[in-house]
Design a protein around this ligand. Structure first.
Ligand SMILES: C[S@@+](CC[C@H](N)C(=O)[O-])C[C@H]1O[C@@H](n2cnc3c(N)ncnc32)[C@H](O)[C@@H]1O
Length: 251
């Protein structure tokens, strides 16, 4: 253990979420969350991912660190933290893990917006554990004013959860924020079914000077994540994701 902020964050997650639940309960929660994402997507919008202690713990301990690792690797590969940013706005921040990775890399403050009050409070703990300045509020990302130059705007695994009309209204706002200088990063799973809108969004990002990428990233998973992965019958030794990125128009 090197005592890095990442390790301390994971220790804090394990200590808090495994204090009142057994490993088997969290594993069961993980299987339930995974089944929601893969087979029962219709229930996600109603907040089914966070409606039980086991699922909350599984999201925080498992998907949080995975999303942190994936976004950290994508940001590094895209050069999205260079030059540094003053803030990262993490829309649909969940437990704050993904935006925290970009903020750490870019030396930025991080602000999360999240419709689940539980997840927003968990995000505040994530930022504190990683010694990041910023905050997270419970609210609708669609109502958020989008920043311009000096900011990164992240949508991690969330655009697929929006209603079709909301999603359609969001796209031109993201393009406009990038024209005002914001860097915009959208990350989603590689499976095609949750993202039927991808081709249209990718064409719009690329037309504005952006990128459309698929990622397969070999990773050494943190111990608790690897144990849960195996116990739940999953396999995340290769991290996968797709991303859209707009670097933000220069002045
Ligand atoms: C799959 S999770 C991803 C969380 C986080 N971005 C991450 O990478 O770990 C999607 C999150 O988006 C949130 N969400 C969905 N629609 C939202 C909306 N309209 N406004 C704010 N949050 C939203 C959900 O509550 C959930 O926490």
């Amino acid at each position: 253990m090197d005592g890095s902020p990442f390790d301390r964050w994971l220790e804090d997650l394990e200590r808090r979420h495994l204090a009142e639940l057994s490993f088997a309960q969290v594993r069961k929660g993980l299987q339930a969350v995974s089944s929601l994402y893969v087979e029962r997507r219709g229930r996600i919008g109603a907040g089914a991912v966070f409606d039980g202690e086991g699922k909350r713990a599984a999201f925080a301990i498992f998907y949080g660190p995975l999303h942190h690792l994936v976004v950290g690797r994508i940001v590094a590969a895209l050069g999205a933290a260079e030059p540094g940013l003053s803030r990262v706005l993490d829309l649909g921040c969940g437990t704050g893990a993904a935006g925290a990775a970009w903020a750490l890399a870019a030396g930025a403050e991080v602000f999360g917006v999240e419709k689940s009050g539980w997840a927003a409070s968990e995000a505040r703990r994530t930022y504190a554990a990683l010694s990041l300045r910023g905050g997270a509020t419970a609210g609708d990302l669609l109502r958020e004013r989008l920043p311009g130059r000096g900011a990164g705007i992240l949508l991690g695994w969330v655009v697929n959860e929006l209603e079709t009309t909301s999603r359609a209204a969001l796209l031109p706002r993201l393009l406009e924020a990038a024209r005002r200088g914001a860097r915009v990063l959208v990350v989603e799973p590689i499976a095609a079914r949750p993202v039927p809108w991808w081709t249209e969004w990718a064409a719009a990002f690329v037309a504005d000077g952006g990128r459309d990428d698929l990622w397969r990233l070999p990773a050494t998973l943190p111990s608790v994540v690897a144990r849960l992965d195996r116990a739940a019958g999953l396999d995340h030794r290769i991290l996968t994701a797709r991303s859209l990125y707009l670097p933000g128009r220069a002045a």
